[in-house]
Design a protein around this ligand. Sequence first.
Ligand SMILES: NC(=O)c1ccc[n+]([C@@H]2O[C@H](COP(=O)([O-])OP(=O)(O)OC[C@H]3O[C@@H](n4cnc5c(N)ncnc54)[C@H](OP(=O)(O)O)[C@@H]3O)[C@@H](O)[C@H]2O)c1
Length: 377
Amino acid sequence: MAESTTSKTEDGIPSVMTAAQQNSYGEARDVITLRSDVLVPRQLSCNQVLVRVHAASINPIDWKLLNGNMSHVNRYSFPHIPGNDVAGVVVNVGSSVKRLKIGDKVYGNLSGDGGTYAEFVRGNESKFALKPNNLTMIEAAAVPLACETSYQVLFNKASPPIGPGSKVFVCGGATATGWYAIQMAKAVGAHVATTSSQRNFGLLEKLGYKIVQESDETKDDPQQLFVIDYNSKDFGQVLQDKNYDLVYDCVGGEQQWVAAQRILKRGGQFVTIAGDDPEASVSLKSALTMGTHIMSRKLGSVFCSSHHSYIFHLLHTSHQELDDIRTKYLETGKVKPLIDTVFDWQKDGVEAIYKLYEKSKSGKAQGKLILKITDEQ
Ligand SMILES: NC(=O)c1ccc[n+]([C@@H]2O[C@H](COP(=O)([O-])OP(=O)(O)OC[C@H]3O[C@@H](n4cnc5c(N)ncnc54)[C@H](OP(=O)(O)O)[C@@H]3O)[C@@H](O)[C@H]2O)c1
């Protein structure tokens, strides 16, 4: 990788940096380059902060947005710096910023604005919160989008919020959103069951759970997790009439909703973050189709006897929630991030970024995928 020019200005922040640049919509290898002459976004408006990035992570939305199929809702001007999840250190603050100060270690999510696959990122202070003090930068970068999405589903969308004795089924316990949800739901005393391929049982064991496959009556033991191998069994059949309060779908596809209706209690909720089309393209056509499905399921849930609600949830980043996640779940050790691979662009250059996208898209990661930007100090 080319060395970035390190000519520093008076405040010690360089004028140029190394950053990934997306030059048009397409596949990562075709549209992303790594440059060492990108201007540091030094000009801050009153509510912005400038963060020196230590680590960033990838989420499926990053590669779903890369090819432009979402450009009707999220249009970039090129060159665009990709990446949204981040952990780093505040190096400058706008005139109205009171909550954060220079030197604070932070984590956050840029909510689609991008910019974190770079040595410095600028963003509204509301996108950042103090980093959990028990996590490394790499671990902290693995948290924001996936964990906050699940936090919102369990404690904002679920009505009443998930708590002691709630019954929660997570479709896709091996997804990052799934294993964050499992840990938070268990932390508040809920009974939790999930689906996963056999391949990923070990991943769930890494969270400290004993995997049980015979019965879902594990509610008295928070260390046990009832897991259904979705390749050999249908969770709707296995848990028929078990009266779950919430089915949280982190996988997508119509079959999750079909199976969920068999296990939900009357008035129970189905919340999906992936909809019917979990594949790579999120086009205007698929968005419209999904909208039609949501409407017909909402109407169906009102008029059919079961009254199951169907909810599609989209994350809205909030620093208050990132603070709550930090204090209640991460710093208490009740929730931990799992890391699959740390890609290092100082060692592998732009290939690190291509591999990051390719592994995320493969669906084979066992834990979060991280892009290390600089060594921890
Ligand atoms: N709406 C929102 O705001 C929002 C926010 C975050 C994520 N999302 C969406 O939620 C989905 C999950 O995101 P993520 O980051 O958590 O995913 P991820 O960590 O990339 O999930 C990958 C895992 O999915 C598992 N999987 C694939 N098909 C499965 C199935 N049929 N049943 C159970 N598990 C299956 C795979 O495990 P196996 O090898 O075991 O199958 C794989 O390990 C994505 O579609 C993402 O775009 C939406």
